[in-house]
Design a binder for this molecule. Sequence first.
Ligand SMILES: Nc1ncnc2c1ncn2[C@@H]1O[C@H](COP(=O)(O)OP(=O)(O)OP(=O)(O)O)[C@@H](O)[C@H]1O
Length: 279
Amino acid sequence: MSTAAAEHSPGRGEADGVAARARGLTKAYGSGETTVLALDSVDVDIARGRFTAVMGPSGSGKSTLMHCLAGLDTVSAGQVWLGNTEITGLKDRELTRLRRDRIGFMFQSFNLVPTLNAAENITLPMDIAGRRPDRKWLDQVIDTLGLRDRLTHRPAQLSGGQQQRVACARALVSRPELIFADEPTGNLDSRSGLEVLGFLREAVDALGQTVVMVTHDPGAAAHSDLVLFLADGRIVDEMARPTAPAVLERMRLFAGGHQQAPASGTVPAGRDDAARRED
Ligand SMILES: Nc1ncnc2c1ncn2[C@@H]1O[C@H](COP(=O)(O)OP(=O)(O)OP(=O)(O)O)[C@@H](O)[C@H]1O
């Protein structure tokens, strides 16, 4: 099915066009009888200035979709655009530059450099690229994420939630067009998970960023504006203004008998209580 996230977005200001788009996106792994069709002709529009969650049973193609939209993986067929740039067909070097300049990534493992302090970790990608961060924006990100008094701490001196906030700031610092978050709360206790979701929400609401988050957790998905449901490599449904019970119910419908219970440490739903800072 084709999604039209921009039309479905709730009233948090107008969505401003499409940040990423795929048409007929197909990804097959292997060949012959062992071929796995991870994505089966997916059409999707990711609305700019929105928080989109991608859900689905294990193996439904969530990570593959994210990797193909982010230019981290090649496609077997179809087209992908970031803004107006078609990324399918770009050469490796062009893709590397596009990812560096226009996309932010947050993964389950924070990938912070242990010998660098928080401030150095935040600006590392820009330092590597030889670019200077916009000081005003950097300050805004640091304050929004509540990291001002943690900047000189190294990762080992920070809690899991604080480390994930640093990872979030690092993803935001170049003011990317699109932030991809793969299970960003997966390694966190529920309170830290809530914090991170609150900050992703704020990145969208206060800083105007666009976030796509892959998650297994209906409570986490409930913080988004729109949930896309994947099953067997296809987008089979979407839900605007999600709530955790409604997402869980929809997951049950699409899991085809092997429904996943939310993991322990599941993040409770609700946006309003999400931004509690524990400093
Ligand atoms: N490198 C690969 N080689 C072969 N098959 C792969 C590869 N990567 C993914 N697949 C297969 O593609 C399908 C989709 O995988 P993907 O990781 O995108 O699913 P997912 O929904 O993210 O799963 P999970 O929730 O378990 O992370 C699965 O059947 C998987 O086994």
